[in-house]
Design a protein around this ligand. Structure first.
Ligand code: UGA
Length: 433
């Protein structure tokens, strides 16, 4: 089966390549010619473990190709996946302009029955709007719109694609369900559950899932903050909570607040959607608010730890990406923290194993860039661990301390053991312990 994937961002690339691995003939298209040129030369525009090898293999075996000729790819495909960005607009809603530009292009090139499968995260009701738009532009051509949300995590996206917890297919067309099942048929072998439902429900599943995970994080962050006040250890609390199967231990790790290209945007979008429909989503509003407060608390913590005044202090930051194993810094709490440290008059030095280039695009020459954690420590008044990269888990503490001006360590990911850090001579604080 021939498939066209519109959008070669992280979702489009991983999905396109994954579907090729499933045996489909996939053309990944993008309007940005430089991206396609890069991909054709075997270079990836994103850092995602395992993806480069998989792309290389599928290109070599003739199932995956890249092109800027979107009309041709649409015409030659039975299924067109939409994996374009849906960033937040000014009020926190989802900006669907990229999506509808692509839909117009599909409508102009409908040369027979096709399935339009929406992978991008879109507000409930979008599939219906896409349908109406195609009908208004391309009369008398049969097509179906399927809502097929993705649940990939950056950093483990390839693994998540090949071994998903579930596949959600939203459409009322039996023909489209059959085609989608055929595409994902290798997953039957590993008994992946399929949820077949209508478009609106499928769209809601995506937002409800992401917002629930975000809620777990805001919840444990709030519990962590209370733990700090009452002298409890949030790690033990979270572990014991997680032993209850109804709660589960996943996504109960406290930190500097959730970031990335999904949770912040999707929680805002669901909040905005509910408000627009006349419902006040109080809990979702709090999830967002707690997250904003958490980022601010990290800055206050650093300020307190260096004696109350950040002006003139040198702060070494370990990690800029919003989580490990990615170079993605979108809405990373580290960006918020660094900005506010600079605003308070501190100078900042950073190191990240993958996101230095991205950090440079945001901070340019307003911060200093180091080549490793020990360079970050050189002359620092405090080290702030922002991302739990494996490289930062076993640092030589004496070496670090020897290089610092004062041994202050703020561990926003609770990577280190508070007792051991104290024994090593650090003035140390984690989150909620
Ligand atoms: C998230 C979801 O986990 C995926 O299922 C979903 O497909 C994806 O969004 C999306 O909508 O595209 P992702 O943003 O890649 O994936 O990253 P997560 O691993 O979920 O982490 C998100 C943020 O939450 C990170 O900043 C992370 O540090 C933070 N987090 C996560 C915590 O602070 N504590 C936790 O216990 C877990």
């Amino acid at each position: 089966m021939r498939i066209c994937m519109i959008g070669t961002g992280y979702v489009g690339l991983v999905t396109g390549c994954g579907l090729a691995e499933f045996g489909m003939k996939v053309t990944c298209v993008d309007k940005v010619a430089e991206k396609i040129e890069m991909l054709e030369q075997g270079e990836l525009p994103i850092y995602e473990p395992g993806l480069k090898d998989l792309v290389e293999k599928n290109v070599k075996e003739g199932r995956l190709r890249f092109s800027t000729d979107i009309p041709e790819a649409i015409r030659n495909s039975l299924v067109i996946f939409l994996a374009v960005g849906t960033p937040s607009d000014d009020d926190g809603g989802a900006d669907l302009s990229y999506l509808f530009n692509a839909v117009d292009e599909i409508a102009e090139n409908l040369n027979g029955y096709k399935v339009v499968a929406i992978k991008s995260t879109v507000p409930v009701g979008t599939a219906k709007q896409v349908s109406q738009r195609v009908v208004s532009l391309a009369r008398n051509v049969a097509f179906d719109v399927v809502s097929n949300p993705e649940f990939l995590r950056e950093g483990s996206a390839v693994e998540d694609f090949l071994h998903p917890d579930r596949v959600v297919i939203g459409t009322e067309s039996e023909q489209a369900v059959a085609i989608m099942k055929d595409i994902y048929s290798p997953l039957y072998l590993i008994e992946t559950p399929f949820v077949i439902t209508n478009n609106e429900t499928a769209e809601m599943i995506k937002y409800a899932s992401n917002t629930f995970l975000a809620a777990k994080i805001s919840y444990i962050n709030e519990v962590a903050n209370i733990c700090e006040i009452v002298g409890a250890d949030v790690h033990v609390v979270a572990r014991a909570m997680g032993l209850d199967g109804r709660i589960s231990r996943k996504f109960l790790h406290p930190g500097p607040g959730f970031g990335g290209s999904c949770f912040p945007k999707d929680t805002r979008a669901l909040y905005h959607l509910a408000k627009e429909k006349g419902y006040d989503p109080a809990l979702i509003g709090s999830v967002i608010q707690v997250n904003e407060n958490q980022k601010r608390r990290m800055v206050e913590k650093i300020q307190r730890m260096v004696g109350g005044n950040l002006a003139g202090k040198v702060i070494g930051v370990l990690g800029v990406s919003f989580k490990p194993n990615t170079d993605d810094i979108r809405e990373s709490p580290a960006i918020f923290v660094i900005r506010n440290l600079l605003k308070a008059g501190a100078s900042v030095k950073v190191f990240d194993p993958a996101a230095m280039e991205e950090a440079g695009k945001v901070f340019d020459n307003t911060i200093a860039y180091a080549n490793n954690a020990y360079e970050v420590a050189e002359g620092a008044d405090a080290i702030v661990l922002m991302t739990e990269w494996n490289q930062f888990r076993r640092l030589d503490l004496q070496e670090l301390k020897n290089r610092m001006r004062s041994p202050v360590f703020v561990d926003t990911r609770n990577v280190y053991d508070p007792q051991k850090m104290k024994q090593a001579g650090f003035f140390y604080e984690g989150v909620g312990r």
